[in-house]
Design a protein around this ligand. Structure first.
Ligand SMILES: Cc1ncc(COP(=O)(O)O)c(C=O)c1O
Length: 372
């Protein structure tokens, strides 16, 4: 085991991510009471920047709803807030986070049986069309954008088109997608998208959000409230009045505000390009080292690559030896836990950081292969 020294680490896990010094400094802004006008201004600024970043040109049709809590809070709030009485959800499940959608919906008996796929497969929009035709009680379809389990991009645009054409509501968990992957929310009539501050937007963890079609939220305000704390309608109504129902994570919001300014300065398309370039460097070097990716290039995201464990070294050894050199990698999950590892390239990483990591990785691997 490596001892944690408290030294800065390069994080190659899919969030929390390395943040810029500018975002870190924002955490130490002067203390603020959440019932003061400065807090209302902060909330309004963040909500506006979210719309500018993710529904540019359609800001008037969407609203951004902020929640204190990790990405899961935003996802669960969407699922609990989207159904009129008697209606059901259909979950598209091809990974750990698709399964989590199903688990959350099942706790409240909101879902019909899910559409399950292998974790390395993209769901076929046609099967979703057939399921919706067979199930008139289904009012909403929920799926994950970037399935972080193996770094797979689901065909959200194609599925959203099917869902919208059949008069249903498309809900997307883009917790690990927004900021790192393209998503045409407004163009595809996606009704609810859950995101988080602490991944590709490069803020710190603790605040999440939902981008929602305004017309939908006006209807959903009158739906049954299945949770007090995770009622989207409650946050929407309060925030439209410049308020919040309970104490928000103010310092995290300061950092989020700064991270969104950085995102808008860089441009969402440029950030995606930067992530894509870092991912390409990682994939090229791994290929040269004979470390195989889990997914074909066509399915891979810009911000995470899953690789099969190289022969003769355990994940724990690889992780610990890299951590001793200042780099944190990420294990597989579920049934892939012992066979794969993951390298994310989200966050304020430079090309030099990525190159230094790859040199360290090569060093550890070759040292180990030499011993075998
Ligand atoms: C696709 C996806 N959804 C939801 C979550 C849950 O986010 P959090 O851990 O912030 O609650 C994650 C976390 O990695 C994720 O990757």
């Amino acid at each position: 085991m490596t001892a944690f020294s408290g030294e800065a680490m390069i994080l190659l896990n899919p969030g929390p991510v390395n943040i810029s010094e500018r975002v870190r400094r924002a955490l130490t802004r002067p203390d603020l009471c959440h019932r003061e006008p400065e807090c209302a201004e902060l909330l309004a600024r963040i909500r506006h920047k979210l719309l500018q970043a993710f529904v540019p040109g359609h800001e008037a049709e969407y609203t951004a709803i902020l929640l204190t809590g990790s990405g899961t809070a935003a996802v669960e709030a969407c699922l609990l807030s989207c159904l009129p009485p008697g209606k059901r959800l259909l979950i598209v499940n091809n990974g750990v986070y698709g399964q989590r959608l199903m688990d959350m919906a099942s706790l409240q008996r909101l879902a019909i049986p899910d559409l399950k796929y292998e974790w390395t497969c993209r769901p076929d929009p046609e099967t979703i069309r057939v399921a919706l035709t067979q199930h008139p009680e289904v009012q909403a379809v929920a799926l994950v954008h970037h399935e972080t389990t193996v770094g797979l991009i689901n065909p959200v645009h194609e599925i959203a088109e099917v869902v919208d054409n059949l008069g249903r509501v498309c809900i997307v968990d883009s917790v690990s997608g927004l900021g790192g992957e393209p998503l045409d929310i407004a163009g595809r009539h996606i009704y609810l998208v859950a995101g988080t501050a602490g991944k590709c937007i490069q803020g710190v963890p603790g605040v999440s959000f939902v981008l929602a079609r305004k017309g939908f939220m006006e209807r959903a305000r009158h739906y049954q409230r299945r949770s007090w704390y995770l009622s989207l309608a409650r946050y929407y109504e309060a925030q439209e009045q410049g308020s919040v129902p309970c104490t928000p994570a103010i310092q995290v919001l300061f950092a989020f505000d700064e991270a969104l300014t950085e995102l808008l300065e860089e441009g969402v398309a440029n950030r995606i390009k930067r992530y894509g370039q870092a991912a390409a460097l990682i994939r090229e070097r791994m290929q040269a080292l004979g470390v195989r990716p889990v997914l074909p290039a066509s399915h891979q995201s810009h911000s995470l690559t899953a690789f099969y464990m190289p022969e003769g070294i355990s994940y724990q050894t690889l992780h610990d030896q890299l951590k001793a050199r200042g780099f944190v990698i990420y294990a597989g999950q579920g049934h892939l836990e012992s066979t794969i590892f993951r390298i994310a390239n989200m966050g304020a990483l430079t090309e030099n950081d990525v190159a230094a990591f790859l040199d360290a990785f090569q060093d550890v691997l070759e040292h180990h292969r030499g011993q075998a």
